[in-house]
Design a protein around this ligand. Structure first.
Ligand SMILES: Nc1ncnc2c1ncn2[C@@H]1O[C@H](COP(=O)(O)OP(=O)(O)O)[C@@H](O)[C@H]1O
Ligand SMILES: [Mg+2]
Length: 361
């Protein structure tokens, strides 16, 4: 290619570029610049040829821009230097500059990043707000449940005292009232304990170790023994691997899931529960399946929210916090939990636990 053709090619590319391209003099004036300057900043070619370029840099960014130019004059290159440029109509654009040194002039390429920065800024602000709300909520859950414990203990113990000391002086109705009050206090105890558990799981980073899932499930089943017997449930446990998790949190999760599987069946029907696990790429899926009442499609996501229950307390006891805790535990392990179910045919809760937490770059 001869020199003339090559110049022709370069000139056309120069003119076409959507980025701001220029050769800028150390004397403060632009020597050569492409059409993007006019198109994006609104200044005319005549303006740009006569105005010192520093005058179209935002006043607050001028001293740093001067530093960057000094670096160029010393033969350094610069990359991704962001400063604000003034447009003719008074508006401001954020431009990211790369630059390289030359003899009489230095060469610069600028890309308008205003939209990107605005979006990043908005995202960062939203994340910050969310984090603040989350932390507040967790604090609130902890403080509320903690501070409610003490007065509740008092109510419960005086109810107990009243029953022991004066129970026989009460008539039938009086004893019924006392029994109702006591059961209310017991229920409140359960809610507070669950809330405390939730806020602990929400706040603590799980300390992972190798867990023998088989032994862990055995312990959970022992703990749930009374509930299993009461419901006449059969629990089948498959081959279970060793996996990486925080043992106490994993036990909590399984206790909630198996507890639910044992509980949510039609009256008079003895449930069968299966606990299985299989390895997947980079992790393990633990499944607790039952043949109980199942969950309608429309409710399969919201049951994981705090306090959501699909039935009255007279049908099935509970606080509605169990699955919220399970989801939190799964997420804390970098995994997730979801349900598959046909109403009337049972439900299968799958918990995916990755071997090691994925590092997001
Ligand atoms: N295995 C299951 N079969 C049918 N419904 C279930 C099952 N597990 C959970 N659910 C539904 O999800 C709701 C929320 O569960 P959970 O948070 O553990 O609360 P709780 O057990 O205290 O009611 C339950 O009240 C129930 O309606
Ligand atoms: Mg539950």
């Amino acid at each position: 290619m001869d020199a003339a053709t090559e110049t022709e090619h370069l000139t056309r590319l120069f003119a076409m570029s959507p980025d701001l391209l220029a050769a800028a003099g150390f004397d403060g004036l632009l020597k050569r610049f492409n059409d993007a300057w006019e198109a994006q900043l609104g200044w005319t070619r005549a303006d740009l040829e006569t105005k010192p370029y520093m005058e179209i840099v935002h006043p607050d960014d001028r001293s740093e821009t001067l530093n960057q130019i000094t670096r160029l004059s010393q033969g350094e290159t610069i990359a991704e230097y962001v400063c604000r440029m003034l447009c003719k109509d008074g508006s401001v654009r954020w431009v990211a500059w790369s630059g390289g040194p030359g003899d009489e002039a230095f060469y610069i390429v600028g890309r308008d990043v205003s939209d990107r920065l605005a979006m990043e800024h908005e995202l960062a602000q939203r994340a910050e707000r969310l984090q603040g709300t989350n932390a507040e909520l967790q604090d609130f859950a902890y403080t509320a449940s903690h501070d409610l414990s003490e007065p509740l203990r008092m109510v419960a113990s005086f109810l107990g005292l009243l029953d022991r000391r004066n129970g026989d002086q009460l008539d039938e109705r009086g004893r019924e009232y006392l029994a109702q009050a006591t059961s209310g206090a017991t229920r409140m105890r359960q809610l507070i304990d669950d809330l405390l558990l939730y806020s602990r799981v929400a706040n603590e980073e799980p300390r992972r170790e190798q867990v023998d899932l088989k032994a862990l499930v055995e312990r959970v089943l022992q703990f749930l023994g009374p509930a299993i017997d009461e419901n006449g449930a059969k629990v089948a446990v498959g081959e279970l691997p060793t996996l990486e998790a925080e043992p106490s949190q994993l036990a909590q999760l399984l206790q909630n899931l198996i507890g639910n599987a044992v509980k949510f069946h039609a009256p008079g029907v003895a449930p069968t529960v299966r606990v299985t696990a299989r390895r997947t790429i980079g992790g393990c899926v633990v499944t607790v399946a039952d043949d109980g009442i199942g969950i309608p499609e429309a409710d399969q996501e919201r049951i994981f929210a705090m306090f959501t229950r699909l039935h009255g307390r007279d049908e099935y006891a509970g606080t509605g916090i169990g699955l919220a805790i399970c989801r939190r535990i799964a997420e804390r392990h970098g995994g997730r939990i979801y349900v598959e179910s046909e109403p009337g045919e049972g439900a299968a809760f799958h918990t995916l636990l990755p071997d090691a937490p994925t590092v997001l770059l």
